[in-house]
Design a binder for this molecule. Structure first.
Ligand code: PLP
Length: 369
């Protein structure tokens, strides 16, 4: 079977096998990682190794903290404004689809006014706003965007701001860039130094749902609102080594196995990047060369991780899904809000899976198209 689920997504088979082998008795210690004290020597070693491996993979600069927190990426929709609006100012957003819209709605719900600095609503979210169309407000406290819209299959092909100067308000103040990288983190190398905050729910390219990784620049730890819940606090989390309370220990451990797999089995993020480009371009080529399937996103913003497509005749959707499932191709149904199909090609989805999907799609078109 091949699993194309958008989230929680497939984990690398090699990781699941290793977790199975170690599950009941972690390296001769006579207990499962699940049962370990988070403050004990064995778990602390697991946690520190996971952080070190993630830092190595993403080349995280020393002036950034890496946090392993909880509540899903959605809790960061609240935590980000609490952490960054303490000195006043307004949250600025790029609106590119359903996930950025949810982040906007939560900031508005909590703190009232927000500023949408650019939106792709006019083109039906088929192309991201151009850099020159981003207009920050004069009171911008930060700019939030969603690197990859998981539902629309729309991915940024650039990082907002200039390489040297970052993002600036009209008065010259630096505006930190905040990025929801839930569905694209670790799909390839990134320049972390361009960002103030990166956060990602784990359940696509990192590990099990619930865990969230936050990477935050040191100088942003003193901007929190006084009324912020303690557990949201980046400073509090950083000072406690992400252990203000009991962390999601087993998820953290599994994330560590995934980082180890990326380093060892895959050979790092440059190799992962090449693999992901190959997988996605094969599937998009198959879609573009068919008469039955279509994807509306402009070429340069097509997501490598989530490939939504529709059938020319939606009455065929049910049979397509049923036959795909019978052929071992799982979870191809599009998000309930948009319908159609979606193949998620996260890191753990092997090239064989993409080949099998393309062969199935061609065969289905020949028979039913
Ligand atoms: N942001 C993006 C880009 C997502 O794809 C998702 C989930 O699919 C979320 C946020 C929400 O994540 P969670 O369900 O962990 O809150």
């Amino acid at each position: 079977h091949y699993n194309f689920c958008a989230g929680p997504a497939a984990l690398p088979a090699a990781v699941l096998e290793r977790a199975r082998d170690e599950m009941l008795d972690y390296r001769g210690r006579g207990l499962s990682v699940m049962e370990m004290s988070h403050r004990g020597e064995a778990f602390v070693a697991i946690a520190e190794q996971a952080e070190a491996d993630l830092r190595e993979l993403l080349a995280v600069p020393d002036n950034y903290h890496v946090l392993f927190t909880q509540g899903g990426a959605s809790l960061q929709f609240s935590a980000v404004p609490y952490n960054l609006l303490g000195h006043g100012g307004r949250a600025n957003f790029l609106h590119t689809g359903i996930w950025s819209k949810k982040a906007i709605a939560e900031a508005r719900h909590l703190f009232g006014d927000v500023h949408v600095a650019a939106s792709s609503e006019e083109n039906g979210h088929s192309a991201v706003p151009r850099q020159e169309d981003i207009v920050l407000s004069d009171d911008a406290a930060y700019l939030h965007y969603t690197a990859n819209e998981t539902i629309g299959g729309l991915e940024f092909d650039y990082i907002p701001g200039s390489v040297e100067g970052g993002l600036r308000r009209s008065d010259g103040t630096e505006v930190p860039l905040v990025c929801d990288m839930s569905s694209s983190i670790l799909s390839g190398p990134i320049d972390v130094s361009r960002f103030g905050v990166i956060y990602a729910g784990a359940q696509k390219n990192i590990g099990p749902a619930g865990l969230v990784v936050v990477i935050v620049r040191d100088d942003l730890l003193d901007r929190a609102r006084a009324d912020m819940p303690t557990l949201f606090g980046y400073r509090e989390l950083a000072e406690a080594g992400s252990m203000i309370n009991t962390p999601a220990t087993y998820s953290w451990y599994l994330a560590g196995l995934v980082f180890d797999w990326l380093k060892g089995d895959i050979g790092g993020l440059a190799s992962m990047d090449a693999l992901n480009t190959r997988k996605a371009s094969r599937l998009y080529a198959a879609i573009d060369n068919s008469a039955l399937y279509a994807n509306p996103v402009t070429l340069r913003n097509r997501s490598r991780m989530n490939v939504p497509f529709v059938l020319a005749d939606p009455r065929l959707d049910r049979d397509f899904l049923a036959e795909a499932e019978a052929a071992g191709l799982l979870n191809l149904k599009g998000h309930r809000s948009v319908g159609g199909m979606r193949a998620s090609l996260y890191n753990a989805v092997p090239e064989d899976a993409v080949e099998a999907l393309i062969a199935f799609m061609a065969d289905f078109e020949k028979r039913r198209g």
